[in-house]
Design a protein around this ligand. Structure first.
Ligand SMILES: *Cc1c(COP(=O)(O)O)cnc(C)c1O
Length: 400
């Protein structure tokens, strides 16, 4: 799962190249930096790796979502559709830029159900944000086709699936743009950091300016600060040290995925013996980033029974029905409209009227499925003894 497991000489070497120049800022300092532009190099390499044209590095995966939504023109008065099984960051970003998140069910891919998406599109829908959760593909082709039919852009939240593909095409390149996170627990990590990729130069240019106070990054007579601004921006700049680590981690991404695939296959084989077990639908096994292994039991009750045995045998799995960060009915602060803003924004208008009220029972299909799902994060490195311990736990769970 996280790239910090394989931190090594490559990362150190990259960091030293930055420290040797003493320039931590990604722009300017032309004379001192001796041609070292790590963030720029990381953007180019990441976009090329994904088979697309432009990369925009930012401070986090959450910032990537915000910058992408802003560049797509989304704001107050708009609705953005995403799925009810995702990390809180996806809908935090939507609320932060002033739009209202609308949630869909997930299906057996554990990602956005395209049939439910159709039902939730309204005349206010300005963007669709499917998430490639837990390392595996959403039904992105169907989702993009539906969105095209309505003239709505698709932003793929690819935070958990860097390196994932469908028929060789990288996740994050199917829609208008794709966002990534390199936080401390993501497959490739820069400690904190994010990236947006796109094939559209115009969209990239807007993101580039927006993420840096409106600076246009074009050499101009006045130097940095001498240019005009097309619009108000903000600051989501990545620093050189993160870019340097990103370059080293990116070079290891495919080998991390290959290692995860082997471990995942071994666990799947062991779990197959559990009566009534079935597996998450993976659209393209070859393109799975194998960051997580998810399996379904027949009922919530069986799921709890199996997980009790797994836990007793030192191999307890995650049940996202109980985890409070990734599933709609567990987001008590969102359901309650809790915010630090005195006015109640973004859940209330400045005059105190509620803008949105979420029904905890909104997603019964997802709830039924998530409550009987068990999940193992897959490490990049797994000792043979640990794998054996997990296999034994799974075979004990198969005997109850
Ligand atoms: C991690 C994550 C994010 C946010 O990334 P940060 O870099 O932690 O801000 C967004 N969406 C999903 C699905 C994530 O898992």
């Amino acid at each position: 799962m996280p790239g910090f497991e394989i931190f090594g000489e490559e990362e150190k070497q990259q960091i030293m190249e930055v420290l040797d120049t003493g320039v931590l800022f990604r722009y300017e300092f032309g004379a001192q930096r001796k041609g070292v532009y790590k963030v720029l190099e990381f953007e180019k390499k990441f976009a090329a790796y994904c088979g697309t044209s432009f990369g925009q590095a930012v401070t986090s995966g959450t910032a990537a979502l915000k910058v992408a939504l802003a560049a797509l023109g989304v704001g107050p008065g708009d609705e953005v559709i995403t799925q009810g099984f995702t990390f809180v960051a996806t809908w935090e970003a939507i609320l932060d830029i002033g739009a209202i998140p609308v949630f869909t069910e997930v299906d057996k891919t554990l990602n956005m159900d395209p049939l439910d998406l159709e039902k939730k599109i309204t005349e206010k829908t300005r963007c669709i944000v499917p998430v490639h959760m837990l390392g595996a593909q959403a039904r992105i082709r169907e989702i993009v086709a539906i969105a095209k039919g309505h003239g709505i852009p698709v932003l793929e939240d690819t935070a958990q699936a860097a390196g994932g593909r469908i028929d060789g095409q990288h996740l994050g390149t199917f829609g208008a743009c794709g966002t990534f996170s390199f936080d401390a627990v993501k497959t490739m990590t820069t400690g904190e950091g994010g990236m947006i990729i796109t094939a559209s130069e115009e969209l990239w240019r807007t993101m580039s300016e927006y993420h840096d106070h409106g600076h246009d990054h074009v050499v101009n007579p006045g130097g940095r600060g001498g240019e005009g601004r097309r619009f108000i921006g903000s600051n989501y700049r990545m620093m050189e040290l993160q870019g340097a680590i990103g370059i080293a981690q990116l070079a290891k991404l495919d080998s991390m995925i290959a290692a995860q695939k082997k471990t995942k296959a071994a666990l799947k084989e062991a779990a197959s013996a559990i009566p009534g077990v079935s597996f998450r639908e993976i659209i393209d096994e070859a393109g799975d980033s194998a960051t997580f292994f998810c399996f379904f039991l027949e009922s919530r009750e069986q799921c709890q029974r199996v997980n009790r045995v797994l836990t007793e045998n030192k191999a307890g799995a995650i049940n996202f029905g109980e985890n409070t960060w990734h599933f709609y009915p567990r987001w008590e602060h969102m359901l309650a409209g809790a915010t630090v803003a005195r006015s109640g924004w973004p859940f209330c208008e400045p005059d105190g009227r509620r803008r949105v009220v979420y029904d905890p029972e909104l997603l019964p299909v997802s709830a039924e499925l998530i409550n009987r799902t068990l999940v193992y994060p897959i490490p990049v490195k797994m000792a043979e003894e640990r794998l054996e311990e997990m296999r034994t736990a799974l075979s004990r769970a198969a005997q109850i």
